[in-house]
Design a protein around this ligand. Structure first.
Ligand code: G6P
Length: 368
């Protein structure tokens, strides 16, 4: 079964290495090359209803909330539908003005998170189409939703979510494509996304080759007590997720920030012992992220860069570099998040932490 550990030391490591497959499984049967769109069996809404939607709310907790943030950027970019991302624990007690053209997605690996379930029920009570993006088949949220999309990532055992995150991002990319193609997106643009998605499992496989380099970097920095994670646009949620991974399993304090915001606070934390992880792959905003990186270097902060293969400038600017394959900007989170998972894993190991079962945390939080 997929919950045997095999040759891996921990479930978390096994699950990180499963990602070429789990991403493939999230796309299986859902790409329609001819129509240049995605297709889903279980949305349970008519195309008329789907076209009527003029606002989407994504609600989740923890890592799933970070996937939702990537989803917001994707859906707004591809489909031009306004999206809001809400912590389920907040949404359930708020009274946001939703109307009958608002669609809700609850995003959850386990399908059992109490706050996510309660937020979903609250939205259903008010009559909004409420769908789930969920991994565990037959879970409470999957059963109560009006419809939804399964991740098919296989069981995730490590408390810190890894493969579920990339599967959620993959499914949200497909949804963005689907809504986009019902609205403004051209056939050609849809085809380009599909082509990039098709090569994603290979890109991820190649990204995993950074394992040795990441181990060396972990060795160098594992005694630090603070880390910053900085990225912009699609890589801002990746920065949040990288920081969360480190916090969860190594108990090191880490903060994720949009790189340009650091001058409004976090820059004050930078010193020789506070590494900054910069997610700086190629893209339109690359020079801007580099200038943020240089500001950190000027304050003597060590910089670990996640950059694209072929970036021949970055090695001179950063102390350490982890290279990832180049892909479309909007799909970068699927590759850039992977070295951050490995970095958290190795730092936690070196600090003697229980990576699969971190203290005080639970795999699914079934209490409020
Ligand atoms: C817990 C887990 C996290 C997870 C979060 C949301 O905090 O430790 O890894 O991201 O719950 O879980 P869900 O199953 O709803 O995605």
């Amino acid at each position: 079964t997929d919950i045997e550990l095999g040759d891996y030391a921990h479930y978390m490591l096994k699950e990180i290495f499963e990602q070429p497959n789990s991403i493939e499984n999230a796309m299986r049967g859902r790409l329609d090359e001819d129509e240049a769109t995605a297709k889903f069996g279980g949305l349970n809404l008519s195309s008329q209803q789907l076209r009527h939607i003029d606002r989407i709310v994504l609600t989740a907790c923890g890592t799933s909330w970070h996937a939702a943030m990537v989803g917001e950027y994707l859906i707004e970019e591809f489909a031009r539908i306004p999206v809001e991302v809400e912590y389920a624990s907040e949404l359930r007690y708020r009274n946001p003005p939703l109307n009958d053209r608002t669609m809700i997605f609850a995003i959850t690996q386990s399908g059992e998170t109490a706050d996510t379930l309660a937020a979903m029920r609250e939205c259903k009570r008010k009559g909004h189409p409420t769908l789930a993006i969920c991994n565990v088949v037959g879970s409470s949220i999957a059963r109560e939703a009006d419809g939804g999309v399964y991740l098919h990532a296989g069981s995730e055992v490590g408390v810190a979510s890894t493969k579920a995150f990339t599967s959620q991002v993959t499914v949200l990319t497909l949804l963005a494509l689907f809504f986009g193609r019902m609205r403004h997106m051209s056939w050609q643009a849809g085809r380009n996304i599909i082509r990039e998605l098709r090569t994603m499992p290979e890109h991820v496989e190649r990204t995993l080759k950074c394992h040795d380099v990441v181990q060396e970097i972990a060795d160098k920095y594992h005694r630090c007590s603070n880390f910053l994670y900085l990225g912009r646009l699609y890589n801002f949620p990746v920065a949040l997720e990288g920081a969360l991974k480190l916090k969860e399993i190594s108990y090191i304090h880490a903060e994720g920030y949009p790189a340009a915001e650091m001058k409004h606070g976090p820059l004050a934390l930078v010193d020789e012992n506070t590494p900054s992880v910069f997610i700086v792959p190629k893209g339109g905003i690359y020079p801007k992220v580099i200038s943020n990186l240089e500001e950190v270097k000027a304050r003597k902060g060590p910089v670990i860069a996640i950059a694209c293969e072929g970036d021949d400038r970055i090695a001179d600017l950063a102390d350490d570099v982890i290279y990832v394959p180049e892909t479309d900007e909007c799909l970068q989170p699927l590759v850039t998040s992977i070295p951050l998972q490995l970095l958290a894993y190795h730092i936690a190991l070196l600090r003697g932490c229980n990576v699969d079962r971190p203290r005080n945390l639970a795999k699914s939080v079934t209490v409020e």
